[in-house]
Design a protein around this ligand. Structure first.
Ligand SMILES: NC(=O)c1ccc[n+]([C@@H]2O[C@H](COP(=O)([O-])OP(=O)(O)OC[C@H]3O[C@@H](n4cnc5c(N)ncnc54)[C@H](O)[C@@H]3O)[C@@H](O)[C@H]2O)c1
Ligand SMILES: [Zn+2]
Ligand SMILES: [Zn+2]
Length: 362
C-alpha cells in the first residue's frame, strides 16, 4: 500500500514551491522506505527550483536526510527496519567504468530507487539528487541508506548527507589539505563553512574565510577560520595574498560557483596551488575566461568536487565520530529548525545570506 504524505514540490522553473499530497510506494527489491526525521535546505534545492540543474519538473525537493528505516524490500542486507540512517545521494554501483577502475567516488551509475514517487493525481516526480526528502516518508535505494550511530541528533546528522560532506570533502578529499597548508574558502555558507572546518581539522596553518556577509565571517571563525575577508569591502585576491606572505594560498576553494569567484580562486593561489570548485553555477550557460599564460605558468591543479569526492559508507561514520567527540560542531550549522511548509521562506533566507542551514524537522 503506497503511503500518502505531503511533499515539497517545485512544479515549474522559478515558481515558488508548494506542499502537495504525494504517494510513496512500499519498497521493492533493493529499496528501503525511510521515515524522515530531519532534512536540511541546501542551496542546491534552490538551484533545482530555479531550473539551474535540470528540466525534469516536477521535482520533489530535499536531499539532506536523516531518518529511520521504516521498511526494507527484498534482498536488502545492509540496513534493517529501525536503523538510524543518513541518506547519501551517491551510492556507487561497483560495476561502471569508474567503479571498476577503483574510483567509486566518481561512480557514473549511482544507485537510486527504481520505483518513482508521484503526485496523487499520478504525475511521477523527479526526486532531487535521487533522494526527495522534504516529505515524511521517502523511497531510496538501500545502498543510499548509511547506518549511523544510534542517538545522533537528526537535525545535525542530516547535514552530513550533503552540505557538510561536500564542503569537508572538498577540503580534505579533493583539495587534499596537508598539515601546514594555507587554505582560503570563498563563500562561507553551509558548504564553505564545512570546508573551513575540514581544513582546520586536517591541520591547515592558515584558513581564510571569504564572504560578503559579516555574520558568515563571524560564524566561520567558530569552525576554525584564522582570518576573515569581506569580499564586499576589498579585493579578496589581494587580501588572500597579503595574509599568505604575498604568495597566495596552497588551496583555494570556491564554494559559491560564480565566474567571478572562480577567477578569484584561480588568481589567489600560490605557485603550484590548487583550486577546488564545489559551488554549483546557478546557470549552466555561465562561462569563465582565464589567462592561458597564468594557467600554464601557475601550475598546480584545477579540480571540481562532486559531493566532496566522498564515499558515504566510509566518510559518514567518520564525520559522525568527529561530531560526537566535539571536533566537528554540526549543531552550529543549524541556524533554525522549521516545518515542512517553511521551505520557500528558507529559500528567501538563503538568497539573503541569513542562514547556514534551515532544517525541516518532522
Ligand atoms: N559540489 C557539490 O557536491 C555540492 C554539494 C552541495 C552544495 N553545493 C553547492 O555549493 C554552493 C554553496 O552551497 P550552500 O548551501 O553553502 O549555499 P549558501 O547560499 O548557504 O552559501 C553561499 C555563501 O556564499 C556567499 N557568497 C555569495 N556570493 C559571494 C561572493 N561573490 N563572494 C564571496 N561570498 C559570496 C554567500 O553570502 C553565502 O554565505 C551552492 O552552489 C550549492 O549548490 C555543491
Ligand atoms: Zn559505479
Ligand atoms: Zn545539497
Amino acid at each position: 500500500m503506497p503511503h500518502q504524505v505531503q511533499g515539497v514540490i517545485a512544479a515549474k522553473k522559478g515558481a515558488p514551491v508548494s506542499l502537495e499530497p504525494i504517494e510513496v510506494p512500499d519498497p521493492g527489491p533493493g529499496e528501503v522506505l525511510i521515515r524522515v526525521q530531519a532534512c536540511g535546505v541546501c542551496h542546491t534545492d534552490l538551484h533545482y527550483r530555479n531550473g539551474g540543474i535540470g528540466d525534469d519538473f516536477p521535482y520533489l525537493l530535499g536531499h539532506e536526510v536523516a531518518g529511520i528505516v521504516e521498511a526494507v524490500g527484498e534482498d536488502v542486507t545492509n540496513v534493517a527496519t529501525g536503523d538510524p540512517v543518513v541518506i547519501a545521494w551517491r551510492a556507487p554501483c561497483g560495476q561502471c567504468r569508474s567503479c571498476l577502475r577503483g574510483r567509486p567516488w566518481y561512480c557514473f551509475d549511482s544507485r537510486n530507487a527504481t520505483q518513482r514517487m508521484a503526485l496523487v493525481e499520478g504525475t511521477t516526480l523527479s526526486a532531487a539528487l535521487g533522494v526527495g526528502g522534504f516529505c515524511e516518508y521517502t523511497l531510496v535505494h538501500a545502498l543510499q541508506a548509511v547506518k549511523v550511530a544510534a542517538g545522533t541528533r537528526p537535525e545535525a546528522a542530516c547535514l552530513i548527507g550533503c552540505g557538510v560532506m561536500a564542503g569537508y570533502g572538498a577540503a580534505v578529499n579533493t583539495g587534499m589539505v596537508a598539515f601546514g597548508d594555507t587554505v582560503a574558502v570563498i563563500g562561507c555558507g553551509g558548504v564553505g563553512s564545512a570546508a573551513v572546518a575540514g581544513a582546520a581539522i586536517a591541520g591547515a596553518r592558515t584558513v581564510i574565510a571569504v564572504d560578503l556577509a559579516p555574520h558568515k565571517l563571524e560564524w566561520a571563525k567558530q569552525f576554525g577560520a584564522t582570518h576573515t575577508v569581506n569580499a564586499g569591502e576589498c579585493d579578496p585576491v589581494e587580501a588572500i595574498r597579503e595574509l599568505t606572505g604575498g604568495l597566495g594560498a596552497d588551496l583555494v576553494i570556491d564554494a559559491v560557483g560564480l565566474p567571478q569567484t572562480y577567477r578569484q580562486a584561480f588568481m589567489a593561489r600560490d605557485l603550484a596551488g590548487r583550486v577546488v570548485q564545489v559551488g554549483v553555477p546557478p546557470d549552466p550557460a555561465m562561462t569563465v575566461e582565464l589567462p592561458l599564460g597564468e594557467l600554464f605558468g601557475h601550475g598546480g591543479s584545477l579540480r571540481s568536487s562532486w559531493y566532496g569526492d566522498s564515499l558515504p559508507t566510509r566518510d559518514f561514520p567518520i564525520l559522525v565520530d568527529l561530531y560526537s567527540r566535539g571536533r566537528l560542531d554540526l549543531d552550529a550549522f543549524v541556524s533554525e529548525t522549521i516545518g515542512i511548509d517553511d521551505v520557500e521562506a528558507a529559500f528567501t533566507k538563503i538568497e539573503r545570506s541569513e542562514v547556514l542551514r534551515s532544517v525541516v524537522v518532522f
